[in-house]
Write a protein that binds this ligand. Structure first.
Ligand SMILES: Nc1ncnc2c1ncn2[C@@H]1O[C@H](COP(=O)(O)OP(=O)(O)O)[C@@H](O)[C@H]1O
Ligand code: SF4
Ligand SMILES: [Mg+2]
Length: 324
């Protein structure tokens, strides 16, 4: 693995709502290594987007970072000022979202939107130079340069997502945060976008931090997977280890909930619902749904147990052989 590019420590992000304090991220530690593709996986509402947005310094009220740090090249993004963030966000840390339509201006050509960002971040000194960079970025993501003169509505969903990736890549970021980038697309387009990201990672030495609810997709495309449950990362490890020998009962249940096209096997859904993050369960947050819960799981925070080959799992039973 490369050097640590991003280091998150004891991060807590709460939303202060009228109906209570939502503990969306509650004690997350995570290192992202230069050049790797790491994916955060978890059910809807587990805090994945909140965590991803915090890396961009984009936690808006009623949300607030209440504790912890997000170190990127010596800068703590959790405490950085507007000027400091401006130099990092977009420029050194790029982002793509599930719905590219939401941040492409419908009234302007995609080329001019990319070129404008290039100028804004002083990566070109003239509009012509910026326009050439925009066309190059589009070509790099497999969109013909002639499409620079198209408006967003003239593009398909897959093409729009490619344009969004081009817009991010044109600023030559070191880290790309991708929050459910293909959830709105069909599986064929999804596979092509994943291939494109992998290609960019190799060509540009990009580091990728992706977020998805799909553990099959995560393990297929990434080097490492971090499993998030109720505001905490409960297991981290190499993708292969995570799917072949998951250690945390929740990871195991996520893996078992994936239908297998080739082998007929019973698909088990995870019983129960994710907890209300205004009142997360005491002890291990997974205990109300865990088939293996022990008495101590109800009151004590489980330890973080290192796994052979790297990574860890946060469970009293981690590292022990158990049936289930
Ligand atoms: N702006 C907000 N105001 C209040 N609560 C929020 C806000 N954004 C997210 N939440 C809550 O924070 C929790 C985590 O949400 P989110 O980070 O979007 O999870 P995920 O991306 O895993 O679905 C959820 O309980 C969600 O309802
Ligand atoms: S700590 Fe206990 S409740 Fe939590 S996942 Fe492990 S066995 Fe289940
Ligand atoms: Mg989300």
């Amino acid at each position: 693995m490369g050097e640590v590019l991003l280091s998150i420590r004891n991060l807590k992000i709460y939303y202060y709502t009228l109906s209570g304090i939502v503990r969306a991220v509650d004690g997350v530690d995570l290192d992202v290594y230069s050049g790797e593709w790491i994916t955060i996986v978890g059910e809807s509402g587990s805090g994945k987007s909140t965590l991803a947005m915090s890396v961009l310094g984009l936690i808006l009220p009623p949300g607030r970072v209440v504790e912890g740090s997000i170190l990127f090249d010596g800068v703590d993004i959790a405490k950085a000022g507007i000027e400091e963030l401006r130099r990092i966000r977009g420029r050194r840390i790029g982002v793509i979202f599930q719905d590219p339509g939401a941040y492409l201006d419908p009234l302007r050509t995609v080329g001019s939107q990319i070129a404008e960002a290039v100028i804004e971040h002083r990566l070109a000194s003239s509009w012509d130079e910026a326009w050439v960079k925009a066309e190059e970025a589009l070509e790099l993501v497999g969109v013909p340069a002639s499409r620079a003169r198209s408006y967003p509505h003239q593009l398909s969903g897959g093409q729009k997502q490619r344009v969004a990736i081009a817009a991010a890549i044109a600023l030559e970021p070191e880290l790309l945060v991708a929050d459910e980038p293909t959830t709105a697309l069909d599986v064929i387009v999804q596979a092509k976008i994943m291939e494109l990201l992998e290609d960019l990672r190799r060509k540009k030495g990009l580091t990728i931090l992706m977020v998805t609810h799909d553990i099959a997709l995560a393990s297929e495309v990434s080097d490492r997977v971090a499993v998030m449950y109720a505001g905490r990362i409960v297991e981290v490890g190499g993708s292969r280890r995570i799917v072949e020998s998951p250690s945390h009962p929740y990871t195991r249940m996520l893996v078992e909930s994936v239908p297998d096209v080739w082998v007929k096997k019973p698909v088990r859904s995870i019983p129960g619902d994710p907890p209300d993050l205004r009142r997360p369960p005491r002890g291990c947050r997974f205990h109300p749904r865990c088939p293996l819960a022990l008495e101590e799981c109800r009151s004590k925070q489980p330890p973080r147990v290192p796994m052979p080959g790297g990574g860890w799992a946060e469970c009293f039973l981690a590292g022990m052989e158990y049936g289930g």
